[in-house]
Design a protein around this ligand. Structure first.
Ligand SMILES: C[S@@+](CC[C@H](N)C(=O)[O-])C[C@H]1O[C@@H](n2cnc3c(N)ncnc32)[C@H](O)[C@@H]1O
Length: 204
């Protein structure tokens, strides 16, 4: 158990689907996690993922930032931020996660946030994204984006990119791509069989 774990409460899962999806995300994170890592979750949402990581691994530090506070699991270190400027020093974290966050970030700000993620990162950035391929994917993405905007009272635009478009953005801006692969449509909640991808950036 990590030092950070003692600061996390043990909440009840919101639903079986949330548990299933969270544990799937955790399995992807574990592919680039090492014991004693310092981990930052940008856009932690309910913080289920961070709670599970801290519960399962010995981690040196576990921190989260988000533009709104939607936490259901307690995270020791949490900060609200403006969606771009991360309130941590350069090179503070071994692993920085952006799990299903970047599509909510307006297109003109995506790179600014990625650059900030790189600034505070000393090894890898993990990006999980909905990467629409067909009409159904795009329809569902749009609906999800709209409903999230309503939930947080925002009118800002958002943007879902395809997998090749993310790869282009990373390549054009000097982010080494250590891994880029599609996630099986059935790996998560079977009621939402949408196209998704995982990208591992770095090492930095
Ligand atoms: C779909 S939820 C994902 C939550 C969590 N990462 C997970 O995988 O369970 C999207 C999260 O992105 C956050 N978000 C939206 N815009 C953001 C921004 N500009 N910077 C950081 N987080 C943002 C939202 O507040 C929300 O918590």
């Amino acid at each position: 158990m990590s030092p950070a774990t003692s600061a996390t409460a043990a909440p009840r899962w919101a639903s079986r689907a949330v548990r299933h999806d969270t544990l799937h995300t955790v399995s992807l994170v574990e592919g680039c996690l090492r014991e004693d890592d310092a981990v930052l979750d940008i856009g932690c949402g309910a913080a289920w993922v961070l709670w599970q990581l801290a519960d399962r691994h010995r981690l040196a530090r576990v921190a989260a930032v988000d533009i709104v506070d939607l936490r259901r699991a307690r995270v020791h270190e949490f900060a609200l931020f403006d969606g771009i400027h991360i309130p941590h020093e350069r090179g503070t974290f071994d692993l920085v996660m952006l799990n299903f966050v970047l599509h909510h970030v307006p297109d003109e700000k995506k790179l600014l946030l990625l650059n900030e993620a790189r600034r505070v990162c000393r090894r890898n950035i993990l990006v999980l994204e909905d990467t629409p391929v067909n009409f159904l994917d795009r329809w569902a993405s749009n609906r999800h984006g709209e409903s999230f905007r309503k939930r947080i009272g925002s009118r800002q635009p958002f943007g879902f990119y395809s997998k090749p478009k993310w790869e282009q953005l990373f390549a054009a801006n000097g982010f080494p791509v250590a891994a880029s692969r599609r996630i099986s449509r059935l790996a998560r909640n079977w009621r939402q069989p949408y196209a998704r991808s995982v990208f591992v950036l770095g090492p930095f």
